[in-house]
Design a protein around this ligand. Sequence first.
Ligand SMILES: Nc1nc2c(ncn2[C@@H]2O[C@H](COP(=O)(O)OP(=O)(O)OP(=O)(O)O)[C@@H](O)[C@H]2O)c(=O)[nH]1
Ligand SMILES: [Mg+2]
Length: 197
Amino acid sequence: MNVNQAEFIISAVSPSQYPQDGLPEIALAGRSNVGKSSFINSLINRKNLARTSSKPGKTQTLNFYLIENKFYFVDVPGYGYAKVSKTEKAKWGPMLETYFTQRENLKAGIVVVDGRHAPSKEDIQMYEFLKYYQIPTIVVATKMDKIPRGKWNKQESLVKKNLNFQKEDKFILFSSETKQGKEQAWELIEGYLGLEE
Ligand SMILES: Nc1nc2c(ncn2[C@@H]2O[C@H](COP(=O)(O)OP(=O)(O)OP(=O)(O)O)[C@@H](O)[C@H]2O)c(=O)[nH]1
Ligand SMILES: [Mg+2]
């Protein structure tokens, strides 16, 4: 998709605040600071529409970005960041669960993992959660610019093995720095949205 129009619409915590226009949605999940917001910005050619930060825990609500008036990217708070207060974290669990289990507009989930390491326990739980609710999933292994090309295949195998990756799901090696994987990501997303030419 060639994106000319991308707009932040709303920060939502409960379903009554979600957009009501019925457009399809693609939601991003992943550890705090892994690069979810950067992934969105890369795909829409914007530096900082989805707010990114070197400080983890930046995204604290469900943030809806309307893309080309066709669909929403939903940027979700990252898990696994110790310094976010307990009260905040206690709110996120139900907020995410409600969204992922009840949102009919959700066409696919993207689990962003750090391609340099084995997935964390929480990455595995997140992936299993999406599988349990039968949400089609793209696993994006990001920050590939930080590891040499010769190790990419090995890392892909490691991530897939640890996640118990299902063959009906999709997998992308990605980098927000080099834009590696961007075309592939769009192809898959357009497929899930039913927007392919
Ligand atoms: N080298 C490199 N750095 C990246 C990449 N993607 C993200 N980063 C950096 O990682 C940091 C966190 O990125 P964000 O996109 O804000 O991460 P997030 O997952 O949205 O974080 P939260 O909103 O806290 O959950 C920033 O400093 C980014 O510049 C990548 O592909 N390569
Ligand atoms: Mg973010």
